[in-house]
Design a protein around this ligand. Structure first.
Ligand code: SF4
Length: 78
């Protein structure tokens, strides 16, 4: 039997990265999770303003990653 301890999930960190070379600046991620993503006024591309968000945002960030039309967003263990 596998037991999942929610405390372990917070101890195993995660991070958000974004490849600006492929981002097209559609801003879907910014609208989805504005506390994690923003648009760079200079480049018009998205930036990660909170690369290690609280666990409560993980589902929203993963949704933004899935919704990115060019797959520029990655959610990885750190
Ligand atoms: S959803 Fe993807 S393409 Fe759109 S701004 Fe975010 S990273 Fe860029």
């Amino acid at each position: 039997m596998t037991v999942t301890d929610p405390r372990m999930e917070t101890q195993v960190g995660w991070k958000v990265t974004l490849d600006q070379d492929v981002c097209q600046g559609y801003a879907c991620c910014v609208m989805a999770v504005p506390s994690v993503f923003d648009l760079d006024d200079g480049t018009g591309k998205a930036i990660v303003i909170n690369p290690e968000p609280d666990a409560s945002l993980r589902s929203a960030v993963e949704g933004a990653a899935r919704g990115c039309p060019v797959h520029a967003i990655k959610v990885e263990a750190r």
